[in-house]
Design a protein around this ligand. Structure first.
Ligand SMILES: Nc1nc2c(c(=O)[nH]1)N[C@H]1C(S)=C(S)[C@@H](COP(=O)(O)O)O[C@H]1N2
Ligand SMILES: [Mo]
Length: 260
């Protein structure tokens, strides 16, 4: 035994080949063992950390790693990052339908888009007014977090043109826009840089025709730099805030920014 311990601390020049093998094997097992113990201790510490607010069952340190990731990816989004577009012939004839939250109630025939301004005023804007402004259209690969994607073709008004037309200059200085369906059963929050991205549309057409109710008639958001969850159908209200607006799927544990 004594001999064995001495081997562990003797310089390799003074050892036989066999002793060198024993020395190396023993040391690597010890290092390995220490790492396992550290990992177990670390996991236990992490597991016993308080959960984050909102009861999502995620420990605070894990949530903060997620948040750091979000911030990094948020910073990567910019105007020069355009989602790839395709010739419209490549688009599917019948775009897939996914998610009906906030669409189950009948649409009020007097629907108008409501934009809540910072001074407390609310703009009421009809579909005709939006239709009268310049149209942008493109086909892109629409991606859903559920794991499907397909090329679909959409048309509408650039959100950036919309804010310019309605003079929402103070509003876009806020960090976020919040959107919700008229019944508030589905809602999303979006960072302002992504809202002002040139491909972000207040969308009223699919394959050159007015949206069907299931695709969000009369007006939906289309935001190709994000997964489909953020492309809210049937917009009721838009508002602006420096606080993160509530977001249906972020409340259920998905990444808030969910960028592509
Ligand atoms: N109002 C509303 N908008 C919504 C949803 C929803 O459930 N309700 N689902 C989202 C999700 S998860 C996706 S993938 C897209 C799908 O849009 P589509 O039905 O036009 O394919 O809509 C998004 N917008
Ligand atoms: Mo989705």
């Amino acid at each position: 035994m004594k001999q064995f311990f001495r081997t562990l601390f003797t310089a390799k020049q003074k050892l036989t080949v066999n002793q060198i093998i024993v020395k190396r094997t023993t040391w690597s097992f010890m290092v390995f063992g220490v790492m396992i113990i550290l990992a177990m201790v670390g996991w236990n510490v992490l597991k016993n950390q308080p959960l984050d607010e909102g009861n999502r069952g995620i420990q605070k340190p894990i949530r903060s790693v997620l948040q750091t990731n979000e911030q990094i990816f948020d910073g990567l989004i910019s105007d020069n990052h355009l989602a790839k577009t395709y010739p419209k012939e490549r688009a599917v004839d019948k775009a897939r339908i996914n998610g009906r939250l906030g669409l189950r109630s009948d649409l009020d025939s007097s629907w108008q888009l409501q934009v809540i301004k910072l001074n407390g005023d609310t703009l009421h804007i009809s579909l005709d007014e939006i239709n009268a402004l310049p149209k942008t259209e493109y086909a892109f690969d629409f991606k859903c977090i559920e794991g499907w994607s397909e090329i679909s073709h959409w048309g509408g008004l650039q959100f950036s043109t919309f804010v310019e037309h309605y003079g929402l200059t103070e509003e876009i200085k806020k960090q976020y826009a919040g959107l919700s369906t008229p019944d508030h059963k589905y809602y999303v929050g979006i960072d302002m840089a992504s809202m002002l991205h040139p491909q972000t549309l207040l969308c009223y057409e699919n394959n050159g025709k007015a949206l069907t109710p299931a695709h969000g008639y009369p007006l939906r958001l289309l935001i190709p730099v994000k997964y489909g969850v953020k492309s809210l159908k049937r917009i009721g209200t838009i508002y602006f805030s420096d606080e993160r607006p509530p977001d249906y799927w972020a409340e259920r544990g998905y990444d808030y920014f969910i960028g592509l």
